[in-house]
Design a protein around this ligand. Structure first.
Ligand SMILES: Nc1ncnc2c1ncn2[C@@H]1O[C@H](COP(=O)(O)OP(=O)(O)OP(=O)(O)O)[C@@H](O)[C@H]1O
Ligand SMILES: [Mg+2]
Length: 349
């Protein structure tokens, strides 16, 4: 069988789990072809750095095998400390001048030398001060990017797109919420990182990765409740089902306060320095957005409308092939991978 070069699979190598989504596009939009996740062994990826290469490679391989995915092209993404996203305002200049000035600009914002990062940039269309252009610069540490790229190659896959989590989220949002208006924050609370992307009328105007996520909760459970990692993760994922002990209730409350406090600080920073109006709506996703009470605490603290993001809002799937209950349960943590699955080979991040 010939495979179109245009086909690719979204592959989100998170620190807790590897997620995969494959879509078919038709004239009526996107249809789900394949979906799944595989949990990584503890400490396989620490602070977004791949520590156990064999474990990560085996997990990716098994996921492709179990789901019988034939497509070899993949879109992956990176996030956290190794990524820097900057919006800069520059005097109008030719394309060539701009290309030459980007490294100079970037050097002001990164601690390392320009040789140690991969970077890309894009002129942001729209109104700016007279004689100026706004440019979005994205830089990622070469060693981190290449460790993700090489692991994917090692298992026989072909990384055709290397994206950034916050932009994948934005892409997911564009497809599923095409009628977007006003200021909205997309917040993806993962295991080690919380990605934030604030959009105005569907266009990103601010991004930030906070390096805290559900791992903090798991660490507390290990320390305070004497559980091992696997047990703690299991108890956590069933929190909404059973009776919660007083100890767990305290940890849940502490976690919600910690994460929602961090998110609020970011939104306050945004409101005070970059934009006059407050973010009125927040869509939350990521596995840790399922911690009981988190949505309510965030709504209380920020006084915004807070809802779960739904990466399947505009994605058709056959209910005989995929169990709607399963899709609904995993939806929050599939936001980044959904954004990746809709990329095209050669797409810029
Ligand atoms: N039902 C649940 N209730 C509470 N927490 C959950 C639930 N399901 C998953 N989690 C937590 O969500 C996190 C995993 O979410 P996600 O898959 O979005 O992270 P990741 O992409 O692997 O990590 P990162 O992007 O930070 O590298 C883990 O900390 C896990 O314990
Ligand atoms: Mg993630």
């Amino acid at each position: 069988m010939f495979l179109s070069k245009k086909e690719l699979v979204g592959l989100d190598i998170g620190s807790n789990a590897v997620k995969l989504v494959e879509l078919k596009s038709s004239k009526n939009g996107y249809q789900l072809k394949n979906i799944g996740e595989a949990i990584l062994p503890h400490h396989s990826i620490v602070n977004k750095i791949i520590e156990k290469r064999d474990a990560v490679a085996d997990t990716i391989s098994s996921l492709f095998e179990d789901l019988r995915v034939k497509t070899r092209n993949v879109a992956i993404s990176i996030s956290g400390h190794s990524v820097i996203i900057k919006k800069v305002s520059l005097p109008k200049m030719s394309e060539k001048e701009l290309r030459e000035s980007i490294p100079w600009e970037l050097e002001q914002y990164i601690p390392q030398s320009i040789q140690e990062v991969n970077y890309d940039y894009q002129v942001i269309p729209g109104e700016t001060a007279e004689g100026n252009i706004d440019v979005l610069i994205v830089a990622a540490k070469k060693d981190v990017t290449s460790s993700y790229v090489s692991i994917v190659r090692e298992v026989g896959l072909n990384p055709v797109v290397v994206d950034v989590d916050v932009f994948a989220l934005e892409n997911m949002y564009e497809i599923n919420y095409p009628d977007a208006e006003g200021l909205i924050a997309l917040v993806n609370i993962g295991a080690s990182v919380t990605n934030i992307n604030i959009l105005k009328d569907g266009v990103s105007i601010f991004t930030r990765d906070i390096t805290t996520g559900g791992n903090q909760f798991t660490d507390w459970m290990i320390k305070d409740l004497g559980l091992d990692y696997a047990e703690a993760e299991k108890v956590k994922s069933a929190l909404h089902e059973g009776e919660i002990t007083p100890e767990l209730e305290t940890l849940t409350r502490n976690f919600n306060d910690l994460i929602c406090g961090e998110i609020k600080r970011t939104l306050d920073f945004f409101a005070s320095t970059l934009w006059t109006s407050k973010v009125g709506s927040i869509l939350v996703g990521g596995g840790s957005s399922k911690v009981p009470g988190l949505i309510e605490v965030l709504a209380d603290l920020t006084e915004a409308n807070v809802d779960s993001m739904n990466p399947f809002r505009n994605i058709f799937y056959d209910k005989n092939e995929f169990d709607p209950e399963y899709i609904e349960a995993i939806a929050p943590k599939m936001s980044v991978v959904m954004g990746l699955a809709t990329r095209k080979p050669g797409d810029k991040s």
